[in-house]
Ligand binder design. Structure first.
Ligand code: CP
Length: 314
């Protein structure tokens, strides 16, 4: 039997907080849970997960909550901070320190970039690990776990792929985290498809070598080269100017006509929520895997919870 890789007590703030070997150990555990969920339905008994959402969420919050409940654990938390003592002026760090007095593991989403890092530093004298569930336009590492697990399952590898990332590459935190993660695997190439106003920020692009990527604003020109097309929503909530958002929101719309030139085995992924950037007619295309991706997200979060709480041997 292979040695269990211990991640007990670790935080997940940025996608590269774990080595590739540590990531593989999470995916291997997620695969085991996926194959036999009934064997894991009591491993989290007596454990408490706190979900602290300062920004709206459907998938991330519900998949974490479903994951903890399916492990036999329990939940506390809020998705509206107005109902907590934040409304009385309590600082974010004090709020999380207080939660750490009650819960075994915390998950936080916040609109401000860097919040999860700030909170993890504030918790240095507390035992509760913290997971970043999205900080502004910065990072979304558990979406990256979801994306990598989907790619591993559907492509059989995370190496030597040509990945098209299409839409709002400026504000799309899932894109930033996914590029950083896939860059660590071998032989991947990135096709960055966006209007010029929503190009990938230099802070992420600078991590890539010049021959690792191309940039274009024309999806039709590149779709036939792609192993994966990762579509993203234009992030209305991060725009200062509503007119600019309205001008750009439908810049790319993936429909059956556009897919005619794509490979038969190209994966279509999307972190969701979707607006108009993928026509509903595409949902029945066998290449469309975005709801499968959302389902994998629950299993990989079950594995992550088990790892951070040291429940793998339980
Ligand atoms: N993918 C994702 O983060 O979705 P939610 O905003 O619904 O959590």
């Amino acid at each position: 039997m292979s040695e269990i890789i211990n991640l007990k007590g670790r935080n997940l703030v940025e996608p590269n907080d774990f080595t590739l070997q540590e990531l593989d150990s999470i995916f291997d555990l997620a695969d085991k849970i996926l194959a036999d969920p009934a064997s894991y339905q009591e491993v989290g008994k007596g454990k408490l997960l706190a979900t602290l959402f300062y920004e709206p969420s459907t998938r991330t919050r519900f998949s974490f909550e479903a994951a903890m409940l399916r492990l036999g654990g329990q939940l506390i938390g809020f998705d509206n901070p107005d109902f907590s003592s934040v409304s009385k002026g309590e600082s974010l760090v004090d709020t999380i320190r207080t939660v750490a007095c009650y819960a075994d593991l915390g998950v936080i989403r916040h609109p401000r970039e860097g919040t999860a890092k700030l909170v993890s530093k504030g918790l240095s004298n507390f035992e509760m690990p913290i997971i970043n569930a999205g900080d502004g336009g910065h990072e979304h590492p558990t979406q990256t776990l979801t994306d990598l697990m989907t790619i591993r399952h559907e492509k059989g590898t995370c190496n030597n792929l040509t990945i098209g990332l299409c839409g709002d590459l400026l504000f799309g935190r899932t894109v930033h985290s996914l590029i950083k993660a896939l860059k660590r695997y071998e032989g991947n190439k990135f096709v960055l498809i966006s209007p010029k106003e929503l190009k990938l920020p230099d802070s992420v692009k600078d991590l890539l070598d010049d021959d690792d990527y191309i940039e274009t604003d024309n999806l039709d020109d590149v779709i036939d080269d792609l192993d994966i097309l990762y579509m993203t929503r234009v992030q209305r909530e991060r725009f200062v100017n509503e007119e600019e958002y309205l001008r750009l929101k439908d810049y790319f719309v993936l429909d059956n006509k556009k897919l005619q030139n794509a490979r038969d085995d190209m994966l279509i992924l999307h972190p969701l929520p979707r607006n108009e950037e993928i026509a509903e007619e595409v949902d029945v295309d066998p290449r469309a895997k975005y709801f499968t991706q959302a389902r994998y997200g629950m299993f990989v979060r079950m594995a992550l919870i088990m790892k951070l709480l040291g429940l793998e041997n339980a």
